[in-house]
Write a protein that binds this ligand. Structure first.
Ligand SMILES: [Zn+2]
Ligand SMILES: [Zn+2]
Length: 150
């Protein structure tokens, strides 16, 4: 069990096994929601226990994002519809030292702001990501023309 918290401490997250790798996303939705980039660690939804004033926003047909309603810290990204329903990612910043995880992958890498180093990271461009996740951008999901995964 790994325990994390938001900036103000009102939201406390207890997570089961966390992935050892962090993914960063520069899609239009993550850029806005995360202040430029949204980083995430995959987590077991069955082992998640959260207390505190969490609010959620249905950011697309398929997914929701959650944050602390007191301080605004991002808490989770979760698929709530579609083939990946239940898939959960937590914000690495909730955990001291990102719970020991390593940033390894950037998606929508071609949308990264100038100056962001992609050296040593596995990258996927918007076109590559969309092509390999066709289901995410069909049927009223996030508009891929805006450069957004759900
Ligand atoms: Zn907070
Ligand atoms: Zn994204």
């Amino acid at each position: 069990m790994t325990t994390g918290r938001c900036l103000c401490g009102a939201v406390v997250v207890e997570a089961g096994t966390l992935a050892s790798e962090i993914t960063g996303c520069f899609c239009a939705l993550c850029a806005r929601a995360g202040g430029g980039i949204q980083m995430s660690i995959e987590a077991d939804p069955a082992a998640l226990h959260v207390t505190g004033p969490v609010k959620t926003h249905r950011s697309s047909r398929l997914a929701e994002r959650a944050w602390c309603d007191s301080c605004g810290s991002p808490v989770w990204f979760r698929y709530v519809e579609g083939p990946d329903k239940g898939y959960l990612e937590l914000s690495p910043g909730l955990f001291d030292g990102a719970a020991g995880a390593t940033l390894t992958q950037i998606v929508y890498a071609d949308r990264a702001p100038r100056g962001f180093s992609l050296a040593g990271l596995k990258t996927q461009s918007q076109a590559e990501y969309d092509a390999s996740h066709e289901n995410l951008n069909t049927g009223g999901g996030a508009a891929s023309s805006e450069g957004a995964r759900p």
